[in-house]
Structure formats: C-alpha cells, structure tokens
Design a protein around this ligand. Structure first.
Ligand code: DX5
Ligand code: ZN
Length: 212
C-alpha cells in the first residue's frame, strides 16, 4: 500500500506554544509540518511569515511544507528557501508565469508545489505536471482553518491521478478528517493536510493514524 504523507497544519496550533505543538505532532507520527503563510491580499487573513519559519526550522527536523497563500510569491521564495522550507507551494491564481516560479523554487533545491482554489479547474495544471513535485488541491476556500470539506474539489484528484507521473504528490487541504481523508486517498491523494482535526483531538497519535 502507498505511503500517505500526513502534514499537520500549525494554523490550528497554539502560537504561544509553537515549539511544544510541533514536537507533539512530530512525536505522534507527523511526516511533514504544514505552514500556512497568508498575506491579507490573496486571502482575507494574515498569519505567519519568514521569521517564524526560520525559528521553527531550529526546533524540528521534520520537512517543512510551506503553503504560500500570497500575491507575488516570486518575491519571497528565496527568503522562505533560506529560512528552511523543504516544500514550497504557491497558488496558480497568484502568478502569471508558472514555469518561472517552479524553476525559481527548484533553483534553491526545494520541492515545488502548486495549489488550486475550489473554483480553478485542474486542467490548467496539465502543462506543468512533469516539472512539479506536488499539487495541492484545496478542499476549502483558502484563508481559514476549521471549514467544511467541499466534495467537488476532491473529485479533481481523479483525472489528475490518471495522467500524472507516479511520483507526483497529490495533496489535499481543508476540512480533512478521518472520513474525508478516506475519500481523498481513494481518489488518489497521497498527502493530507489537517489542522483542526489533529490539534483538537485528545490523542494526536490516534488522529494522525486514523487519517492514513
Ligand atoms: C486553509 C489552510 C489550511 C488549514 C486547514 O486555508 O490552507 O492548511 O490550516 O485547516 P483545517 O484542517 O482545520 O480545515
Ligand atoms: Zn494550507
């Protein structure tokens, strides 16, 4: 059976105790740590930026999966790469030259990911499939944790998995719990981001393993 990469989103962690909340999911079996960067323009919320990624990097060796929900991502990719991001995912809707951004991320030796919002069709990504390491199919409108999973978004995984190279990581983010995770992995997703489901649970290990 294929390995499912679980990436807990620290958006649902306690920011005053970030080190504790990262170490606790690490101990409970997290494969990656998902870091949601929001700029108040691309999405109607502001979260964290480069200095926080730099500090997190010092307290964990788990790969940092950085999800940029920002306009002009090209301006900040070098900074996030130097801060210690391992996977850098930007939004299709935020850029005009997709190839350029993929090349930029790879020039720093990082994995390149692209994400689509609920109303963006998956076909727009087909020209880039061979260059990408990861596609993040948003299963809620980006901006906030704790929203309800949108099923029609997850259905985009089906055609994508059919045509993608087998190494392509297909990730989902938004409203993921043990039930919705099962739908997504059946469709062909192999990376699951979950914030509230993991951090609200009283047994982190059980929550993470219930997603797999
Ligand atoms: C939303 C973020 C998500 C968020 C998911 O825009 O990209 O990563 O933390 O939160 P849950 O798992 O609570 O839906
Ligand atoms: Zn995210």
């Amino acid at each position: 059976m294929q390995k499912i990469i679980v990436s807990p989103s620290i958006l649902s962690a306690d920011f005053a105790n970030l080190e504790r909340d990262i170490k606790s999911v690490e101990k409970a079996g997290a494969d990656w740590i998902h870091v949601d960067v929001m700029d108040g323009h691309f999405v109607p919320n502001i979260t964290i930026g480069v200095p926080v990624v730099k500090s997190i990097r010092k307290v964990t060796s788990v790969p940092l999966d950085v999800h940029l929900m920002i306009d002009n991502p090209e301006k900040y990719i070098e900074d996030f790469a130097n801060a210690g991001a391992d996977i850098i995912t930007f939004h299709y809707e935020a850029v005009s030259d997709v190839d350029k951004i993929i090349k930029l991320i790879k020039s720093f030796g990082k994995k390149a990911g692209i994400s689509i919002k609920p109303n963006t069709s998956v076909e727009v990504l087909y020209p880039y499939l061979n260059d990408l390491d990861l596609i993040l199919v948003m299963t809620v409108e980006p901006g906030f944790g704790g929203q309800k999973f949108i099923s029609y978004c997850a259905e985009k995984i089906i055609p994508l998995r059919k045509i993608a190279k087998k190494e392509l990581i297909i990730q989902v983010d938004g409203g993921i719990n043990s039930q919705t995770a099962r739908i997504c992995t059946q469709y062909g997703a192999n990376s699951l981001v979950a914030g509230s489901y993991i951090y609200k649970s009283t047994d982190l290990r059980e929550a993470i393993s219930s997603l797999r």
